[in-house]
Design a protein around this ligand. Sequence first.
Ligand code: ATP
Ligand code: MN
Ligand code: MN
Length: 301
Amino acid sequence: KPQSLDHDGEDVAERLGVRLTSPDRVVFPDQGITKADLVSYYEAVAEVMLPHIKDRPLSLVRCPQGRAKACFFQKHDTGGFPDEIKSTEIVEKDGDSQNYFYVTDLAGIIAGTQMNTLEWHIWGSRRQSVEKPDRLVFDIDPDEGLDFSAVTSAARDIGAKLTAMKLKSYPMVSGGKGIHVVVPLKPDVEWPDAKAFCKNFAQALADEEPERFTANLSKAQRKGRLFIDYLRNERGSTAICPWSARSRQGAPVAVPISWDEAKTIKAANLFSLEATAARARDENPWPDYFEIKQSLKGKLS
Ligand code: ATP
Ligand code: MN
Ligand code: MN
């Protein structure tokens, strides 16, 4: 097991009564990271990750043959999963109900890992109030060739613009190419209002600095710019969960950082599982995240 991960994943699973088959199966070949190592990692970050993931409908990125082989996004629970990963029925746009996964504890995360989940993507609302988001995310997607300093300065400018609107926000490196600026909310407005707020916010950035930002998904519009992906903020959309591993080159993690760190950080994919486990133990990059009580009410135009 990687150094600094406190416990052996097989022991952790056994203690929690989750069946772990082929614990030694390598899921990140370049790093030699096994399924049991992933379990050790999630045990190390459980205390900080669970408050973020708990009770949210999930999409899972599953890679039955490990990273870099065929992975797929799984939105619906179609059966065959261990009992520790739970499922909740949600009515979709077309009026049909579907079963969505959710977890409330480490056993649930281990059960997902058992099913070769390498990434945990979360809704912005929880199953108890699915129609009302309790988090927004401004997903900054840089065009290829842009320096990462363009991403960090954009994140900080977005944070400052939110502060000016009396909204506190928190930066997270995605584990890929960008930064997510996350806004915790009281769940008291519904998705269409939240989405409109985010769209207006992103469009205002693009209007003010059209050479720098775009709020338009189209490839041509994104050329040389930062795409402010506000589309994460609609009912049924997901974003990577804080502290989730990514199924990308280098086995990176989506990691909360402080606004101070956002000034100097050099890329979005620099945190390994071990470094992230150590961070979860030693640092608290988002200290007051779950204490903030703020709302979009009065901010919708
Ligand atoms: P990066 O920093 O590299 O952009 P990211 O996690 O922000 O990493 P995006 O491609 O910007 O990746 O996607 C944002 C979010 O959209 C993802 O975190 C995920 O939740 C969701 N998403 C992406 N691809 C899919 C997909 N194929 N199906 C469902 N949701 C997806
Ligand atoms: Mn992104
Ligand atoms: Mn995106």
